[in-house]
Design a protein around this ligand. Structure first.
Ligand code: C5P
Length: 399
């Protein structure tokens, strides 16, 4: 699990977004974390400590003068075991107090007495967020090494629309998980293709394949977690975009090719995960093909699509190129052959072609030193291992 062994202090301050913190506690504990909830007086006006205690499985602390801590130093004791303090929601007032080092209640005192990272998720009305004082405080907090999560944008509880909403619990979870990942691609730029392509026959029909895009999207997320700037060129898939990833949707292999070539100059690494159609119908009918008689069947002629990976690898000064191969037999031989044929330093072989659509996978890495097997695991876990393997192999000139 993503947060196994992690202990978090979750601080709630006064804001209507407190109701989302109940869900956040559930997500954090489901991901393996233990969570100690601390609430300000104002937060208890929005959600009760009883709710937060039931969900976290631990008594909630709200007061500096709580007698339950044996040495009476709740502000020291509660954070000493913590791997991070997360404040969600963080109110305008709390951010102001934090930025100025005030410590007039338990939560603010915990924050100033901490020796672990602090992550805050602002939640407020858009004018409060845009207020020069708030922006000044946010800049101060960033300068002090505090991580700011969000805020999001959209409908607000007050009826207005704009920036300042607390991120959704799932988004917060993704950011908190990312915070604990090693940042071995910090500052690197990755270009990734993912998903199937769709090759039109007529305005309503076409040819595609069973690729779900899950592996490519997992690699995009893992690379982002590792600190990379990620551009994801995605064929047709309904998967949600990983947080912080720039996504460009395409349909056909030729669109994917043109988009990749327009982006590739800015990339340090190119990872071709997409299951690109090798062929497309030679002619696309402008009108829907009509059935004219019972025995009548249309004939389709095909032409070859451009090989995107080979085209990128053949460029002068190419990015570090990683290819994928789904082989149904003799992966060891075909994998290395394909690596050489495509002219790439690293090729990832899927064991079998049954990986399409699944949440787990089993892969083999081929490079000039031989092959390394990565045993069956969740696609995100494998993606993190692959990102680490890429980081390790990047030429020193890229750093
Ligand atoms: O040749 P094959 O399709 O087996 O090679 C697979 C690898 O090449 C994958 O990395 C895939 O994304 C890439 N590819 C490509 N453009 C194509 C066909 C495959 O980038 N037209």
């Amino acid at each position: 699990m993503d947060l196994s062994g992690k202990h978090l202090v979750l601080g709630l301050t006064g804001g209507i977004a407190c109701y989302k913190s109940a869900e956040l506690v559930r997500l954090l504990t489901k991901a393996g974390a233990t969570v100690q909830v601390v609430m300000t007086e104002a937060a208890t006006q929005f959600i009760t400590p009883v709710t937060m205690q039931a969900l976290s499985g631990r008594p909630v602390y709200t007061s500096q003068w709580d007698g339950r801590i044996p040495n009476n130093m709740a502000h020291i004791d509660l954070s000493r075991e913590a791997d991070a303090i997360v404040i969600a929601p963080a109110s305008t007032d709390f951010l102001a107090r934090l930025a100025n080092g005030l410590c007039d209640d338990l939560l603010s005192t915990l924050c100033i007495a901490r020796d672990c990272p602090l992550l805050v998720a602002p939640a407020m009305n858009r004018q409060m967020w845009m207020a020069p004082a708030t922006q000044r405080n946010i800049a101060t907090l960033r300068g002090d090494g505090v991580t700011i999560l969000g805020p999001g944008s959209g409908d607000q509880a007050c009826g207005e629309v704009g920036d300042g909403r607390m991120l959704e619990p799932e988004e917060l979870l993704e950011d908190i998980v990312a915070h604990f990942q090693p940042r071995h691609l910090a500052g690197r730029r990755l270009l990734i293709t993912a998903g199937p392509t769709f090759e039109a026959i007529d305005p309503v029909r076409g040819i595609t394949n069973l690729s779900s895009g899950k592996m490519g999207f997992a690699i995009a997320r893992a690379a982002r977690e590792a600190g990379a700037d990620v551009v994801l060129v995605a064929g047709p898939t309904a998967l949600p975009t990983p947080r912080g990833v720039a996504r460009i949707d395409v349909v056909s292999a030729r669109q994917m090719h043109d988009t990749v070539l327009a982006q590739v100059d800015r990339a340090d690494v190119f990872v071709a995960v997409a299951a690109v159609a090798d062929w497309r119908p030679a002619e696309v009918s402008a009108q829907k093909l009509k059935k004219t008689g019972d025995s009548d069947t249309p004939e389709l002629r095909f032409v070859q699509n451009p090989d995107i990976l080979a085209a990128v690898a053949a460029r002068p000064n190419p990015p570090y190129c990683v290819g994928f191969a789904a082989e149904s037999e003799e992966l060891a031989r075909h994998g290395e052959d394909k690596r050489r044929r495509k002219g790439v330093p690293l090729l990832v072989g899927n064991i079998g072609h049954h990986t399409f659509g699944r949440d787990d996978n089993e892969i083999v890495l081929f490079d000039e030193t031989g092959m390394t097997a990565l045993p069956r695991a969740d696609k995100l876990e494998l993606a993190r291992q692959l990102v680490a393997a890429i980081a390790q192999r990047l030429p020193a000139s890229l750093f």
